[in-house]
Structure formats: structure tokens, C-alpha cells
Design a binder for this molecule. Structure first.
Ligand code: NAD
Length: 284
């Protein structure tokens, strides 16, 4: 079997067109969705992500603000900036670009963002809402990955889903979303024994490990849906966690890297910002 490609470029372009249309409607009602990104220091990868986010806002007609802070910024100064944005009615979404320099407390910074402006979905309140099945803001990468899985049209109920990776930003929320779709979910991690025995059972396999080419064809069930979240730089090229060329001969659907989940992450960030702006109208 040769897998069909879940094309993040095409899917995210469609989503962004829809978001642009809804943004235009919202503007007619007097609200321009606004996203603020705080970038501390000058990590080159973070610079690229922040630029992409700004471009996404521009494409969809949203207001974009980037707040650059020096690498030696104090926790107090960072939290004061978050407080300012929390109080700014032109800003509906606040994102603190991670990773922060080592001397800063990431969890405290994320907790400072108002949950309704937490468009990354990393605040404890939003993580808790996802865990308990209550409406909240869902983390962008797993939200985008689920969108891709659902686009296959496969009925997810009762399917075996295996997520490799248990981070708070990808693995755990991904597992929760698949559970909400009535999958039987297994979370694997660095201490999992006999990993391939788990992954070979997966109808849906999500790799969020951070190791290029980690998932090989012998770890994949025939006909599985394979979602590659990994972004790894190898010899100047971006590679996923999945050995794409070999695995695509076994899977039914697969996401490429680049051009897969990464594109969806930005689209979902814009979707979360739009939704946050829409909610301010329903509160009036
Ligand atoms: P992380 O380092 O926080 O987590 C990696 C996870 O992989 C851990 O939970 C660990 O237990 C697991 N792991 C490590 N070695 C393993 C092994 N040998 N066997 C099984 N599990 C193992 O990383 P993260 O933030 O969750 O990101 C994972 C990958 O996804 C990275 O490549 C990252 O760059 C990428 N990422 C992509 C997007 C996107 O938009 N596509 C967004 C976030 C992260």
C-alpha cells in the first residue's frame, strides 16, 4: 500500500482562507482579532516561528504585535509585559515564545496569561479543561494533528491510537483529544519497554519524539494513519520523526515533514485567536 499524503500546505491554506473570511466579518462588527507574541532573547529558530506567526496574521487580516525583550529580561519585567497585554482590549491572544532563557520560570509566565487569551492552550486552566472534557483553548499542534486525522474521514471510534511522546505541549494533549474521539489510547515515552509492540498495534500513530527518522517501517501496522509531529534539523534540512519513504509504503495516510503538521500549528493558532476575539463579542 502507498499512503495518501495529508498535505498540510493545502489544508492550512484552506483553513487560513476561511479564517480570513471570518476575520473580515468580525471587523465589520468592530473587532479586529489581535495576536501578541513575546519573544525573549534571539534564538534563531524562535525568530523564524515568530516571523511565520506574524505572516499568518497579515495573510488573514489580523493585528499582529511582536514584543521583543532582551535575553537578560527579569521574570518581573516579563510578567509586567504579560499583565499589560492581558489588560489591552486590542489583544485577544497572547503567546510567549518558548523556550525562554533558562533563568526565567516558564510555568509562572504561562500561568500569568489570562486563560481566555491563552491561544497556545498551555495554561493550567486550559489543560484542565481539555482533561475534563470542558470547552477551552486547545493546544495548536495537537489540534492541527487531530484536524488532519479527521480529514481522512476514518471513523475513529474504538480505534487503537498510539502517541509517542508525553510532553505537555504535544503528547499529552494529543492523547486527550484522541480519547475524546473514543479511541483506545496508549501513550509511549522514553521509558516505554518494547516500543514497537505498542506502535505495531496502532491504527493511528502519532510521533512527537524529536528524533529524526525514529519511527521505522517495521514499527508501523499496515494501513495505519501516521502523523509526524517531529521537526528536526539534520545537515541543514528539516526532517520528521518518521522514516517517511519507507513508512509511506505501509501506511494508508501519512503527513510529510516539512509541509505537514507544522503548517497546521500556525493555522490553529490563528483559529484560536479568531475564536478568542469572537468570544469578546458574545460577552458584550
Ligand atoms: P519533548 O522533548 O518535550 O518530548 C519528547 C518526548 O519524546 C518525551 O515525552 C519523551 O519521553 C519521548 N521520547 C524520547 N525518546 C524516546 C524514545 N526513545 N522512545 C519513546 N519516546 C521517547 O518534545 P516536544 O515538545 O513534545 O516535541 C516533539 C517533537 O515535535 C520535536 O521534534 C519538536 O520540534 C516537534 N514539534 C513540532 C511542532 C509542530 O508544529 N509541528 C510543535 C511542537 C513540537
Amino acid at each position: 500500500m502507498t499512503a495518501k499524503i495529508l498535505d498540510g500546505k493545502v489544508m492550512s491554506a484552506e483553513l487560513k482562507a476561511e479564517i480570513a473570511r471570518k476575520t473580515e466579518e468580525l471587523k465589520k462588527r468592530g473587532v479586529t482579532p489581535g495576536l501578541a507574541v513575546i519573544l525573549v532573547g534571539n534564538d534563531p529558530a524562535s525568530e523564524i516561528y515568530v516571523r511565520n506567526k506574524g505572516n499568518g496574521c497579515e495573510e488573514t487580516g489580523m493585528l499582529s504585535r511582536t514584543i521583543r525583550m532582551d535575553g537578560d529580561t527579569t521574570q518581573e519585567a516579563l510578567e509586567a509585559e504579560i499583565d499589560r497585554l492581558n489588560a489591552d482590549s486590542a489583544i485577544h491572544g497572547i503567546l510567549v515564545q518558548l523556550p525562554l532563557p533558562k533563568h526565567l520560570d516558564e510555568q509562572a509566565a504561562l500561568a500569568r496569561i489570562l486563560p481566555e487569551k491563552d491561544v497556545d492552550g498551555f495554561h493550567l486552566i486550559n489543560a484542565g479543561r481539555l482533561m475534563t472534557g470542558n470547552p477551552g483553548v486547545t493546544a495548536c499542534t495537537p489540534k492541527g494533528a487531530l484536524y488532519m486525522i479527521k480529514s481522512t474521514g476514518v471513523d475513529l471510534t474504538g480505534k487503537e491510537a498510539v502517541v509517542i511522546g508525553r510532553s505537555n505541549i504535544v503528547g499529552k494533549p494529543m492523547a486527550m483529544l484522541l480519547l475524546q474521539e473514543n479511541c483506545t489510547v496508549t501513550i509511549c515515552h522514553s521509558r516505554t519497554q518494547n516500543l514497537a509492540e505498542h506502535t505495531r498495534r496502532a491504527d493511528i500513530l502519532v510521533a512527537a519524539v524529536g528524533k529524526a527518522g525514529f519511527v521505522t517501517a517495521d514499527m508501523v501496522k499496515d494501513g495505519a494513519i501516521v502523523i509526524d509531529v517531529g521537526i528536526n534539523r539534520v545537515d541543514g534540512k528539516v526532517r520528521g520523526d518518521v522514516d517517511f519513504d519507507a513508512v509511506k509504503e505501509k501506511a494508508s495516510w501519512i503527513t510529510p515533514v516539512p509541509g505537514g503538521v507544522g503548517r497546521m500549528t500556525i493555522a490553529m493558532l490563528l483559529a484560536n485567536t479568531l475564536e478568542a476575539a469572537e468570544r469578546t463579542l458574545s460577552r458584550d
